[in-house]
Write a protein that binds this ligand. Sequence first.
Ligand SMILES: Nc1ncnc2c1ncn2[C@@H]1O[C@H](COP(=O)(O)OP(=O)(O)O)[C@@H](O)[C@H]1O
Ligand SMILES: [Mg+2]
Length: 247
Amino acid sequence: MTAAVEALGISFFFGKTRALDGLTLTVPESSSFGLVGPNGAGKSTLIRIIVGLLTPMNGEARVLGRADPRQASRSIGYMPQLSALYLELSVWENIDFFARIYGVTERNRRIELIEQTTRLVGLWERRGDPVLRLSGGMRQRVSLACALVHQPRLLVLDEPTVGLDPELRANFWDHFRQMTKAGVTLLISSHTMDDAAHCDRLAFLREGKVVAEGTPGELVEATGVASATLEDAFLYFLKRGAGSNGR
Ligand SMILES: Nc1ncnc2c1ncn2[C@@H]1O[C@H](COP(=O)(O)OP(=O)(O)O)[C@@H](O)[C@H]1O
Ligand SMILES: [Mg+2]
């Protein structure tokens, strides 16, 4: 197994607030990995460290073989929890902006990638519309397109399906599965079980620590209750707290 991401004993503080507490986890390449935890568990902080926006106070994040995630930034696609779109700019202009930021400098290549990505997220017909005229679900698809356009090896999505209807959510997951089959690694955070069930592996987070890690099946099985759901497993491990493991 090659690791796309290795978080090794990461701690991070915002002033006196401890957001991450010696957190360790490994995300295997070419698979989907879910970070699941209640609000405030540290998911977004961990993600921002992995994409190189924050530097941990202790420990390290190795991403795509680099000891400094910033050296891997052109191979990373990041969709933040809060939209980073320019509302006055069109769908096409937003995606073009991010393609440039991610280093797709050659014009024809960029046009080809933007067209492909715009079609993938189902917004080809709306490509000329300013984002402010789009619905919430459409805006999320634009954000996803912005994270995808440069064909990253590691796609990091912070609660991407919040506010998406079930059909769109299913579409997203179809795309994600195609991508992981093609070798992309997907790291996705969520505070609900809807997305978690789709992931190859999960880590349950609480108070900046991993309280359990494994496949959805392993985590359910570890509760020892035959009829347990993934939601039950999540609650079980949150109550049990640190030090347990899904395997
Ligand atoms: N910019 C910030 N300034 C101060 N505290 C923060 C900031 N961002 C996050 N925190 C705190 O860090 C902890 C983890 O937050 P976060 O990583 O956003 O959790 P999650 O994404 O799981 O909801 C919480 O206690 C939160 O209040
Ligand atoms: Mg968050």
